[in-house]
Write a protein that binds this ligand. Structure first.
Ligand SMILES: C[S@@+](CC[C@H](N)C(=O)[O-])C[C@H]1O[C@@H](n2cnc3c(N)ncnc32)[C@H](O)[C@@H]1O
Length: 247
Protein backbone atom coordinates (compact mmCIF):
# COMPACT_ATOMS: atom_id res chain seq x y z
CA UNK A 1 0.00 0.00 0.00
CA UNK A 2 1.34 3.44 -0.95
CA UNK A 3 1.78 6.04 1.81
CA UNK A 4 -0.10 9.05 0.43
CA UNK A 5 0.92 11.07 3.51
CA UNK A 6 4.65 10.51 2.97
CA UNK A 7 5.25 14.17 1.98
CA UNK A 8 1.91 15.71 3.07
CA UNK A 9 2.67 14.74 6.72
CA UNK A 10 5.29 17.48 7.02
CA UNK A 11 2.71 20.20 6.27
CA UNK A 12 -0.44 18.41 7.48
CA UNK A 13 -0.74 20.46 10.68
CA UNK A 14 -1.23 23.67 8.69
CA UNK A 15 -4.92 22.82 9.29
CA UNK A 16 -4.22 24.23 12.76
CA UNK A 17 -5.10 22.74 16.15
CA UNK A 18 -7.97 20.23 16.03
CA UNK A 19 -9.91 22.31 18.59
CA UNK A 20 -10.26 25.06 15.99
CA UNK A 21 -11.50 22.94 13.08
CA UNK A 22 -13.13 19.92 14.72
CA UNK A 23 -15.30 21.75 17.24
CA UNK A 24 -16.36 20.32 20.56
CA UNK A 25 -14.76 16.91 20.10
CA UNK A 26 -12.97 16.99 23.44
CA UNK A 27 -16.20 17.27 25.47
CA UNK A 28 -17.82 14.59 23.32
CA UNK A 29 -15.07 12.09 24.14
CA UNK A 30 -14.89 13.09 27.77
CA UNK A 31 -18.64 12.53 28.29
CA UNK A 32 -18.78 9.33 26.23
CA UNK A 33 -15.70 7.76 27.82
CA UNK A 34 -16.80 8.71 31.34
CA UNK A 35 -20.22 7.10 30.78
CA UNK A 36 -18.55 3.89 29.57
CA UNK A 37 -15.77 3.85 32.15
CA UNK A 38 -13.08 3.93 29.47
CA UNK A 39 -9.50 3.99 30.74
CA UNK A 40 -7.35 2.80 27.81
CA UNK A 41 -7.58 4.02 24.19
CA UNK A 42 -5.87 3.05 20.93
CA UNK A 43 -5.97 5.68 18.17
CA UNK A 44 -5.27 3.41 15.19
CA UNK A 45 -4.94 6.22 12.59
CA UNK A 46 -3.27 8.71 14.89
CA UNK A 47 -1.79 10.90 12.14
CA UNK A 48 0.23 13.75 13.66
CA UNK A 49 -0.90 12.82 17.18
CA UNK A 50 -3.32 15.65 17.93
CA UNK A 51 -6.04 13.34 19.27
CA UNK A 52 -3.50 11.39 21.30
CA UNK A 53 -2.54 14.62 23.03
CA UNK A 54 -6.18 15.60 23.57
CA UNK A 55 -7.07 12.18 25.02
CA UNK A 56 -4.02 12.02 27.25
CA UNK A 57 -4.87 15.51 28.56
CA UNK A 58 -8.27 14.11 29.51
CA UNK A 59 -6.51 11.43 31.58
CA UNK A 60 -6.80 8.36 29.35
CA UNK A 61 -3.92 5.94 28.87
CA UNK A 62 -3.32 6.16 25.13
CA UNK A 63 -1.48 4.28 22.38
CA UNK A 64 -1.09 5.48 18.81
CA UNK A 65 -0.58 3.68 15.53
CA UNK A 66 -0.69 4.71 11.89
CA UNK A 67 0.28 3.28 8.53
CA UNK A 68 2.38 6.31 7.57
CA UNK A 69 5.96 6.51 8.87
CA UNK A 70 5.99 10.24 8.08
CA UNK A 71 2.81 10.94 10.07
CA UNK A 72 4.29 9.00 13.00
CA UNK A 73 7.51 11.00 12.77
CA UNK A 74 5.52 14.24 13.11
CA UNK A 75 3.39 12.75 15.90
CA UNK A 76 6.54 11.82 17.80
CA UNK A 77 7.89 15.37 17.42
CA UNK A 78 4.56 17.01 18.39
CA UNK A 79 4.12 14.82 21.46
CA UNK A 80 7.74 15.22 22.54
CA UNK A 81 7.41 19.03 22.30
CA UNK A 82 4.36 18.85 24.57
CA UNK A 83 6.12 16.61 27.09
CA UNK A 84 3.86 13.66 26.30
CA UNK A 85 5.21 10.12 26.36
CA UNK A 86 2.81 7.96 24.32
CA UNK A 87 3.83 4.71 22.59
CA UNK A 88 3.63 4.99 18.78
CA UNK A 89 3.68 2.02 16.40
CA UNK A 90 3.66 1.73 12.62
CA UNK A 91 0.69 -0.50 11.81
CA UNK A 92 -1.93 -0.96 9.11
CA UNK A 93 -5.29 -0.90 10.91
CA UNK A 94 -6.35 -4.02 9.02
CA UNK A 95 -3.75 -5.99 11.00
CA UNK A 96 -3.68 -4.53 14.50
CA UNK A 97 -3.12 -7.95 16.10
CA UNK A 98 0.30 -8.09 14.42
CA UNK A 99 1.57 -5.22 16.59
CA UNK A 100 -0.74 -5.23 19.62
CA UNK A 101 -1.18 -8.24 21.88
CA UNK A 102 -3.29 -6.31 24.39
CA UNK A 103 -6.88 -5.09 24.17
CA UNK A 104 -8.23 -1.61 24.86
CA UNK A 105 -11.40 -0.13 26.35
CA UNK A 106 -11.77 1.98 23.19
CA UNK A 107 -10.35 2.01 19.67
CA UNK A 108 -10.76 5.24 17.71
CA UNK A 109 -10.23 5.90 14.01
CA UNK A 110 -10.86 9.59 13.45
CA UNK A 111 -11.29 12.30 10.80
CA UNK A 112 -12.18 10.24 7.72
CA UNK A 113 -9.40 7.67 8.13
CA UNK A 114 -11.30 4.39 7.55
CA UNK A 115 -12.45 5.52 4.06
CA UNK A 116 -8.84 5.29 2.84
CA UNK A 117 -9.73 1.64 2.30
CA UNK A 118 -11.70 1.17 -0.89
CA UNK A 119 -13.19 -2.31 -0.96
CA UNK A 120 -15.92 -3.85 1.21
CA UNK A 121 -13.55 -6.71 1.93
CA UNK A 122 -10.79 -4.44 3.29
CA UNK A 123 -13.26 -2.30 5.24
CA UNK A 124 -14.78 -5.31 6.97
CA UNK A 125 -11.33 -6.76 7.60
CA UNK A 126 -10.24 -3.51 9.28
CA UNK A 127 -13.37 -3.26 11.43
CA UNK A 128 -12.92 -6.87 12.57
CA UNK A 129 -9.28 -6.17 13.38
CA UNK A 130 -10.34 -3.15 15.50
CA UNK A 131 -13.10 -5.21 17.17
CA UNK A 132 -10.56 -7.91 18.08
CA UNK A 133 -8.51 -5.34 20.02
CA UNK A 134 -11.49 -4.30 22.18
CA UNK A 135 -12.15 -5.37 25.73
CA UNK A 136 -15.69 -6.56 26.53
CA UNK A 137 -18.08 -3.57 26.46
CA UNK A 138 -15.40 -1.63 24.62
CA UNK A 139 -16.19 1.17 22.17
CA UNK A 140 -15.18 1.61 18.56
CA UNK A 141 -15.47 5.23 17.37
CA UNK A 142 -15.23 6.65 13.85
CA UNK A 143 -15.60 10.28 12.82
CA UNK A 144 -15.89 11.61 9.29
CA UNK A 145 -16.40 14.90 7.52
CA UNK A 146 -18.01 13.22 4.52
CA UNK A 147 -21.79 13.31 4.89
CA UNK A 148 -24.89 13.39 2.66
CA UNK A 149 -24.85 17.16 3.20
CA UNK A 150 -21.14 17.87 2.59
CA UNK A 151 -21.35 15.92 -0.68
CA UNK A 152 -23.78 18.59 -1.94
CA UNK A 153 -21.47 21.54 -1.16
CA UNK A 154 -19.53 23.42 -3.86
CA UNK A 155 -16.51 21.53 -5.09
CA UNK A 156 -13.99 24.24 -4.19
CA UNK A 157 -13.40 25.03 -0.53
CA UNK A 158 -10.79 27.30 1.03
CA UNK A 159 -9.96 25.47 4.25
CA UNK A 160 -7.02 27.58 5.44
CA UNK A 161 -6.66 31.25 4.51
CA UNK A 162 -3.67 32.95 6.12
CA UNK A 163 -1.45 35.77 5.00
CA UNK A 164 1.42 33.35 4.33
CA UNK A 165 -0.45 30.14 3.45
CA UNK A 166 -3.63 28.90 1.76
CA UNK A 167 -5.02 25.38 1.65
CA UNK A 168 -7.71 24.74 -0.93
CA UNK A 169 -9.73 21.56 -1.41
CA UNK A 170 -10.98 20.77 -4.89
CA UNK A 171 -13.44 17.91 -4.48
CA UNK A 172 -15.07 15.57 -6.94
CA UNK A 173 -17.16 12.46 -6.42
CA UNK A 174 -19.01 9.84 -8.39
CA UNK A 175 -21.31 8.61 -5.62
CA UNK A 176 -18.94 5.79 -4.61
CA UNK A 177 -15.57 7.54 -4.26
CA UNK A 178 -14.63 11.09 -3.40
CA UNK A 179 -11.30 12.57 -4.47
CA UNK A 180 -9.96 15.54 -2.56
CA UNK A 181 -7.24 17.41 -4.37
CA UNK A 182 -5.46 19.31 -1.60
CA UNK A 183 -3.71 22.40 -2.94
CA UNK A 184 -1.18 23.94 -0.56
CA UNK A 185 0.08 27.40 -1.47
CA UNK A 186 2.88 29.02 0.54
CA UNK A 187 3.09 32.67 -0.40
CA UNK A 188 5.48 34.53 1.88
CA UNK A 189 8.99 35.87 1.40
CA UNK A 190 10.29 32.94 3.49
CA UNK A 191 8.50 30.22 1.55
CA UNK A 192 6.98 30.26 -1.91
CA UNK A 193 5.84 26.80 -2.90
CA UNK A 194 2.85 24.90 -4.29
CA UNK A 195 2.06 21.30 -3.48
CA UNK A 196 -0.80 19.07 -4.48
CA UNK A 197 -1.90 15.88 -2.71
CA UNK A 198 -4.74 13.74 -4.01
CA UNK A 199 -6.69 11.68 -1.51
CA UNK A 200 -9.30 9.18 -2.66
CA UNK A 201 -11.93 8.25 -0.09
CA UNK A 202 -14.52 5.53 -0.33
CA UNK A 203 -17.81 7.31 0.43
CA UNK A 204 -19.14 5.78 3.64
CA UNK A 205 -22.45 7.14 4.92
CA UNK A 206 -24.57 6.10 7.91
CA UNK A 207 -26.10 3.05 6.24
CA UNK A 208 -22.66 1.84 5.10
CA UNK A 209 -21.25 2.03 8.63
CA UNK A 210 -24.32 0.23 10.00
CA UNK A 211 -24.00 -2.50 7.40
CA UNK A 212 -20.25 -3.03 7.94
CA UNK A 213 -20.44 -2.91 11.74
CA UNK A 214 -23.41 -5.31 11.80
CA UNK A 215 -21.51 -7.73 9.56
CA UNK A 216 -18.57 -7.50 11.95
CA UNK A 217 -20.87 -8.50 14.83
CA UNK A 218 -21.69 -5.18 16.52
CA UNK A 219 -25.31 -4.86 17.68
CA UNK A 220 -25.25 -1.56 19.56
CA UNK A 221 -24.44 1.08 16.91
CA UNK A 222 -25.16 4.80 17.34
CA UNK A 223 -24.70 7.40 14.63
CA UNK A 224 -24.62 11.13 15.40
CA UNK A 225 -24.54 14.24 13.23
CA UNK A 226 -22.43 16.31 15.61
CA UNK A 227 -20.47 16.20 18.85
CA UNK A 228 -23.59 17.26 20.79
CA UNK A 229 -25.01 13.81 19.81
CA UNK A 230 -27.73 15.27 17.63
CA UNK A 231 -29.04 12.58 15.27
CA UNK A 232 -27.40 12.19 11.87
CA UNK A 233 -29.64 13.55 9.10
CA UNK A 234 -29.56 15.14 5.64
CA UNK A 235 -28.21 18.42 7.06
CA UNK A 236 -25.34 16.99 9.15
CA UNK A 237 -21.82 18.24 8.59
CA UNK A 238 -20.27 15.39 10.57
CA UNK A 239 -20.81 11.69 10.83
CA UNK A 240 -19.88 10.17 14.18
CA UNK A 241 -20.19 6.44 14.78
CA UNK A 242 -20.06 4.77 18.17
CA UNK A 243 -20.27 0.98 18.27
CA UNK A 244 -20.22 -0.96 21.52
CA UNK A 245 -18.93 -4.51 21.84
CA UNK A 246 -21.68 -6.12 23.86
CA UNK A 247 -20.85 -9.81 23.32
C1 LIG B 1 -7.08 12.29 7.26
S1 LIG B 1 -5.74 11.65 8.19
C2 LIG B 1 -6.41 11.76 9.83
C3 LIG B 1 -5.34 11.71 10.88
C4 LIG B 1 -5.84 11.85 12.33
N1 LIG B 1 -6.74 10.78 12.70
C5 LIG B 1 -6.50 13.18 12.56
O1 LIG B 1 -7.65 13.21 13.00
O2 LIG B 1 -5.87 14.22 12.34
C6 LIG B 1 -5.86 9.92 7.81
C7 LIG B 1 -4.82 9.04 8.52
O3 LIG B 1 -5.17 7.66 8.31
C8 LIG B 1 -3.98 6.93 8.13
N2 LIG B 1 -4.29 5.67 7.45
C9 LIG B 1 -4.85 5.52 6.22
N3 LIG B 1 -4.97 4.20 5.94
C10 LIG B 1 -4.49 3.52 7.01
C11 LIG B 1 -4.35 2.14 7.33
N4 LIG B 1 -4.74 1.19 6.48
N5 LIG B 1 -3.86 1.80 8.53
C12 LIG B 1 -3.47 2.76 9.43
N6 LIG B 1 -3.54 4.08 9.17
C13 LIG B 1 -4.05 4.46 7.98
C14 LIG B 1 -3.11 7.88 7.31
O4 LIG B 1 -1.76 7.51 7.31
C15 LIG B 1 -3.40 9.21 7.99
O5 LIG B 1 -2.52 9.46 9.05
Amino acid sequence: MKDIYEKFAFDYDEFGPIESYLGDEKNFFHKLFTEHNIKTVLDCACGTGQHLYMLSQLGYQTWGSDYSHSMLKIAEKNLHERGCDIPLTQCDFRYLERKFDVCFDAVVCLTTSLPHLHTDEDLLFAIKSMKNRLNKNGLLVFTSGTTDYTLTLPSIEVVVNREDFSRIFVKEHDGRFQTIHVLDLYHSLQRTEENQYDIVYRILLDKDYRMLLSKAGFTNIKIYGDYDRSPYDAGSRRLIVVAELTT
